[in-house]
Write a protein of this length. Structure first.
Length: 661
C-alpha cells in the first residue's frame, strides 16, 4: 500500500506501508502510524487520492471502479438500512502496493494511494534545540540559501537552521514530539506548546481536571516567539525536559518550564449536551469534555470500530427503494400477496411477510445475532461436504465418534473461507463495539463518541474494507455437556469465587463495552471456557505443529444458550495457509492436539502464582489463571485483547471441564 504524505507543498512524497496498518484491529482512518519519516496520521477515507469525484449539483459525486469492490452481500445488507448507511453501495479494498517501472519509491498509479499528514506537528532539533511546528520548519527549509529545496529531500524533516550554519552543509534530522491530546468525542490535537512558556503549576484551574496546570489560553508569551526544547543529562523523566522562549523582547525573560505534571493537563473543549441542546448534568454540575495528553504510541489514541463477516452465500435483502414502496402499500392496507406480485416476485414472500410483521429485515443485526447465522450455517448444513458456486466457502464435516467424550459436538475442516472486515468508524480514549456505534449512529455519547471514517458519515456510498482468504478449523461443543458442567461446578466455592471475581471486575471496568458484555455469570463461564480452549489450541498448534501464533486468528461463537463454538483460522500470506491447518481437522489429530494442550496448560512456569490468583490478573483483572507462559497469545490472534481466560476451568481436579482427562 502506497501512502502519500500531504503535509507540505505540492511535491508528493510516498512511503510504502502494509495494508493491515490501513484497515485492521489496530489501524485505519484517523490512526497514527510510525514510518521511517516520522509519525503520520491517516486521513479520512474521503480525502484519499483514491477517491475520484466530480462536483455536481452542489455535492461531490464519487465513483470507485467496480474492480475495487468487495462482494459480500450479507454484510452489505447488515449495514445498508434506513437507520444505518442507507446510501451504501459497496465495500472497497485499498489499492495494491505496486511500484512504478522507473522508481521503486513511487507507485504505479499516484491516484490509487491513501494520504496522511505528519502528526504530531511539532518537531525539535537535537543540535540547535529549536522547537517549531512542521509548517514553520518547511518554510525554513524551502528558503535555505544555495540550494533548491524539495519535499522529497525534506523526508524525514531536517533542520534548515543548522544546514545554513554548517560549513559542510549538514542538516540533522528533526525529532518529533511524543505527546498528543485526545478527547472522548474522537478528536485529536497537538498540545498547545506555544502557551507552555507561561504555564503555572499547582494552581487550581477550572479547565484542569486535577488543577495541576494552568495555561493562559489568550496569547502566547510574545509576538515573535522563538522556542527551545531543552533536555537534561541528569533527569530522564519529564522534569528533565524544559521549554523556553529565547526572543530578547519576550516578557518571560527566558524562563524555562519543565514538563513535569504534563499528564495532568486538561484543555476544555465543550459542554456535553443532549439531543435538544440542553447541558447534561451529573451531581449537579455541567458535564464538560476535555482534551488530555497521552503518548502518541499509546493504545488509547485509537480504537477502530470494525465489523467482520464470514462470507455466506445469501440473497441481498430488500432494497431501500423497495422498502419505501412496501411502506406505502402497507399504509394502503395491501397484503403480502399483493406486494409479492407488485414487486414481480423479486423477494421470497416469507421475507416480505417478515418485513410487514416486525420490519426487522435490513436492520442492523447485533454481533451475536449475526454470528449465530454463521454458526447455524456451519453446524446445520446438510451433508458432510459443502462448496458454494463462487468457491469462497468450502468445508468438510468430520465424522465424530470419539470426540463427544471431549465435549466436542462437531468438527469441521474449512478448506477455504473468506472473511471481510469493514471499518465503520473509530474512537479515542476508550473502545466502542460496533453494536453500540450502530445503535446510536455515533451522534450522541455519555462517555465516548465514535467518529465516522469520512465526512459523509451515514450518507457515504463506500466504506473501506479488506477481504482475507484462508482456511480454518471449526469446533462446536455440546451445549448439554457445558450446562451440566456449570450446574455441577456451582457446588465448588473455588469455582464460584473465580467466576464472581471475573464478573465483578467486568461490571466495574472503566470501559462500557466490557461492563455490558455479559448478562449473567453463566454466560461468562461459557465464554471463559471456550475462549480458553481456543487459546490453548492456538498455542499447541504453534508448539506441536509449527504454526506461529501470530499467523493464527480466532473467531468466537458464544452466547447464553444457542452458540458454543470457535474458529481458528489463518489467511493467505501467513504460514500454514495452503492446506496445512485444515489437515489437522481430523478426529485423531484434534484429540492429540487437545490432550497435549491440556497437559501443557497444567504446567505453567509461573505456577503456583498464576494458578492461585484471587482477585484477577491482567489489564482490569479480567483473567484468572492466564499468563504468557500458559495461555496468552499474540494480541493480533485474540478477539478479546487477551481477556476472559482461566485455564483452571479446563483442568482443575474438582471442577475442570476436562477433569476426567
Amino acid at each position: 500500500m502506497a501512502l502519500q504524505n500531504r503535509n507540505t507543498s505540492s511535491d508528493k512524497k510516498f512511503v510504502k506501508i502494509q495494508t493491515r496498518k490501513v484497515i485492521s484491529a489496530y489501524g485505519g482512518s484517523g490512526s497514527l502510524i510510525e514510518t521511517p519519516y516520522g509519525a503520520l496520521m491517516i486521513e479520512d477515507f474521503d480525502r484519499w487520492p483514491f477517491f475520484k469525484g466530480d462536483y455536481k449539483d452542489g455535492q461531490w459525486v464519487i465513483n470507485i471502479p467496480s474492480a475495487f469492490h468487495i462482494n459480500d452481500e450479507r454484510l452489505l445488507q447488515r449495514l445498508n438500512h434506513k437507520s444505518g448507511f442507507s446510501k451504501l453501495e459497496a465495500f472497497v479494498h485499498v489499492p495494491d502496493n505496486v511500484s512504478s517501472s522507473k522508481r521503486a519509491d513511487i507507485p504505479e498509479n499516484e491516484d490509487e494511494t491513501i494520504s496522511a499528514i505528519f502528526f504530531p506537528k511539532w518537531f525539535y532539533c537535537n543540535k540547535c534545540e529549536c522547537f517549531k511546528p512542521i509548517n514553520q520548519w518547511w518554510d525554513i527549509w524551502k528558503n535555505v540559501k544555495g540550494r533548491t529545496a524539495t519535499k522529497k529531500d525534506f523526508a524525514p524533516p531536517k533542520c534548515g537552521i543548522c544546514y545554513e550554519k554548517s560549513e559542510k552543509k549538514y542538516a540533522p534530522e528533526l525529532e518529533q514530539l511524543r505527546f498528543v491530546m485526545t478527547s472522548p468525542d474522537g478528536e485529536i490535537k497537538d498540545i498547545p506548546w506555544e502557551l507552555w512558556t507561561t504555564a503555572q503549576k499547582a494552581i487550581k484551574d477550572e479547565d484542569s481536571e486535577n488543577g495541576s496546570i494552568l495555561l493562559d489560553y489568550g496569547n502566547p508569551c510574545c509576538d515573535k516567539q522563538d522556542l527551545r526544547y531543552l533536555k537534561s543529562n541528569k533527569f530522564s523523566d519529564l522534569a528533565g525536559i524544559r521549554i523556553k522562549c529565547v526572543n530578547e523582547d519576550c516578557e518571560t525573560k527566558g524562563r524555562e518550564i519543565n514538563l513535569a505534571g504534563l499528564f495532568g493537563l486538561r484543555v476544555f473543549k465543550k459542554y456535553l449536551k443532549d439531543d435538544e441542546g440542553n447541558k447534561i448534568q451529573r451531581d449537579g454540575k455541567d458535564v464538560r469534555v476535555f482534551f488530555k495528553p497521552v503518548i502518541r504510541t499509546s493504545n488509547s489514541v485509537y480504537y477502530p470500530i470494525m465489523v467482520s463477516s464470514i462470507f455466506l452465500p445469501t440473497d441481498k435483502g430488500i432494497t431501500i427503494e423497495d422498502q419505501e414502496s412496501i411502506d406505502e402499500w402497507i399504509n394502503e392496507n395491501e397484503d403480502a400477496d399483493f406486494i409479492y406480485r407488485a414487486l414481480k416476485k423479486k423477494y421470497p414472500i416469507e421475507v416480505i411477510k417478515k418485513y410487514i410483521d416486525n420490519k426487522q429485515v435490513n436492520q442492523y443485526a447485533p454481533e451475536l445475532e449475526y454470528r449465530l447465522t454463521e454458526y447455524n450455517f456451519l453446524t446445520k448444513s446438510v451433508g458432510s461436504k459443502y462448496e458454494d458456486p463462487s468457491r469462497n466457502l468450502i468445508f468438510n464435516k468430520v465424522e465424530n465418534s470419539k470426540l463427544s467424550k471431549l465435549g466436542i459436538e462437531q468438527l469441521i475442516g474449512i478448506k477455504k473461507l473468506k472473511i471481510t472486515s469493514v471499518q465503520t468508524g473509530f474512537t479515542r480514549q476508550e473502545p466502542m463495539t460496533s453494536d453500540v456505534f450502530m445503535s446510536d449512529t455515533g451522534e450522541t455519547f455519555t462517555t465516548i463518541k465514535g467518529k465516522f471514517t469520512s465526512k459523509w458519515k451515514l450518507d457515504t456510498k463506500y466504506l473501506p474494507a479488506v477481504e482475507s482468504f484462508g482456511e480454518g478449523i471449526f469446533i462446536s461443543f455440546s451445549n448439554e455437556q457445558i450446562e451440566k458442567w456449570i450446574d455441577s461446578s456451582l457446588g465448588s466455592q473455588s469455582f464460584l469465587m473465580r467466576i464472581n471475581t471475573l464478573f465483578q471486575n467486568a461490571i466495574n471496568h472503566e470501559y462500557k463495552s466490557v461492563r455490558e458484555k455479559f448478562l449473567s455469570e453463566r454466560h461468562l463461564a461459557r465464554f471463559v471456557l471456550i475462549h480458553t480452549i481456543s487459546h490453548i489450541l492456538i498455542k499447541e498448534l504453534e508448539f506441536l505443529c509449527g504454526y506461529p501464533a501470530t499467523s493464527l486468528n480466532e473467531r468466537l461463537f458464544i452466547d447464553e444458550q444457542n452458540m458454543q463454538g470457535l474458529l481458528i483460522y489463518t489467511v493467505a500470506g501467513a504460514e500454514g495457509s495452503f492446506g496445512g491447518l485444515v489437515s489437522q481437522a481430523t478426529e485423531q489429530q484434534i484429540t492429540r492436539i487437545l490432550k497435549s494442550a491440556l497437559n501443557r496448560a497444567s504446567d505453567c512456569a509461573s505456577d503456583p502464582i498464576c494458578y492461585n490468583t484471587d482477585d484477577g490478573q491482567g489489564i482490569g483483572g479480567l483473567n484468572m489463571a492466564a499468563c504468557y507462559s500458559c495461555t496468552l497469545v499474540p494480541e493480533n490472534a485474540c478477539e478479546e485483547f487477551n481477556s476472559f481466560l482461566d485455564r483452571a476451568l479446563l483442568i482443575d481436579k474438582d471442577y475442570g471441564f476436562f477433569k476426567k482427562l
